[in-house]
Design a protein around this ligand. Structure first.
Ligand code: FAD
Length: 310
């Protein structure tokens, strides 16, 4: 690991927003920024243009939530009383040199998967159809079809809460099934990720990617407003989806929040659900699975904001 300490100049409390090159919106609805299409306002929604912007926000003294594409979060109807720093389609640079890929943390996975397929680089085919960013995928150790992102990570780079620019290798991180943690002060912001892939035949990579996409479309409600799987699979025994299905919960609803008929571990916002409806349905599903199967499911999605306030 290396760390470079760059002092953060917080400055006058109101002025950090004026120094941003990117955008800062006050009171922006987070429903427009999450794949569930729910969530109340953020005090400030910042889309950084540069790493310097990231450092401005981290030095502002505001409570901060770092968001990628918002595809693994459920944001409360009350919103988030702080800064939401949205690193999606910003800091999204990409360089591919032979088998070494360096992607900005805000680059969307589908775009990265496509670029790798075109270059004949194998190793990320499984990620097609995961709508998150590279940074979000690192933080959640996103995975599918028996593979996960950290298997090909070479390094991650970012800025810690204290303003230190860090670069870490996998040996310095802790990661496993749908989680990763880094030995740096939180909240940290990932800015760049290095990946090592395997040179292959572009046609073969394209075919494998298409097969994964087709499998996903067959088994998941890919076009609906969801955040993917709600619960993690238990370490052993039936999957979360099987437990929910055999508890008879497919089609269970709260308002316009519904347990998907296609994949029981997906809860769909049919358009008019509130975060509260989704949350209440998640609690109900968890309780019924516990009562029926004696298994307590752990959330895979992350709750953001105060769910007691509404
Ligand atoms: C249709 C659908 C299918 C899905 N399929 C899968 C699947 O097969 N496998 C799977 O693993 N997931 C899946 N997901 C869930 C989700 O897409 C992944 O977890 C994804 O990796 C989240 O990325 P994100 O950018 O949306 O992160 P967000 O949801 O915005 O954030 C997730 C976490 O990462 C942190 N974070 C995000 N970006 C940064 C950054 N730059 N720096 C620091 N912290 C950051 C956030 O603080 C938060 O803790 C699916 C979701 C949908 C909607």
């Amino acid at each position: 690991m290396y760390c470079v300490f760059l002092p953060i100049d917080g400055g006058a409390s109101a002025s950090w927003r004026d120094r941003l090159e990117g955008s800062c919106e006050e009171g922006a609805s987070l429903a427009r920024h999450t794949s569930y299409h729910v969530g109340g306002p953020a005090k400030y929604l910042v889309v950084p243009a540069t790493v310097a912007d990231v450092r401005e926000v981290l030095g502002a003294g505001e409570e901060t939530f770092v968001m990628g594409a918002g595809s693994n979060v459920l944001v409360a109807d009350a919103g988030f009383d702080g800064v939401v720093l949205k690193v999606c389609n910003a800091l999204a640079q990409l360089s591919i040199l032979e088998r070494e890929v360096v992607a900005g943390a805000g680059r969307r996975l589908p775009s990265l998967v496509q670029s790798c397929a075109e270059m004949g680089l194998s190793g990320l085919e499984w990620a097609v159809g995961i709508p998150g960013t590279v940074g979000g995928a690192v933080c959640t150790n996103a995975g599918a079809f028996g593979s996960s992102l950290w298997e090909c990570v070479e390094f991650v780079e970012g800025v810690s809460a204290g303003g230190e620019v860090f670069r870490l290798t996998p040996a310095e991180a802790t990661y496993g099934y749908r989680h990763a943690s880094l030995p740096v002060a939180e909240p940290f912001v990932l800015t760049e990720v290095g990946l090592r892939l395997t040179p292959s035949d572009p046609e073969r990579v394209g075919e494998l990617t298409a097969a994964h996409r087709a499998r996903r479309e067959e088994t998941q409600p890919t076009a609906a407003f969801t955040a993917g799987s709600v619960f993690k699979n238990p370490p052993e025994g039936p999957s979360a989806g099987e437990l929910i299905d055999t508890a008879g919960l497919k089609g269970r609803r709260r308002g316009e929040a519904v347990v998907s008929e296609k994949h029981a571990n997906f809860i769909v916002n049919q358009g008019g659900a509130r975060a509260r409806d989704l949350y209440d349905l998640i609690v109900e599903v968890r309780e019924e699975v516990r009562a029926r199967h004696g298994v307590t499911l752990e959330l895979e999605i992350e709750l953001v904001g105060d769910f007691e306030a509404t």
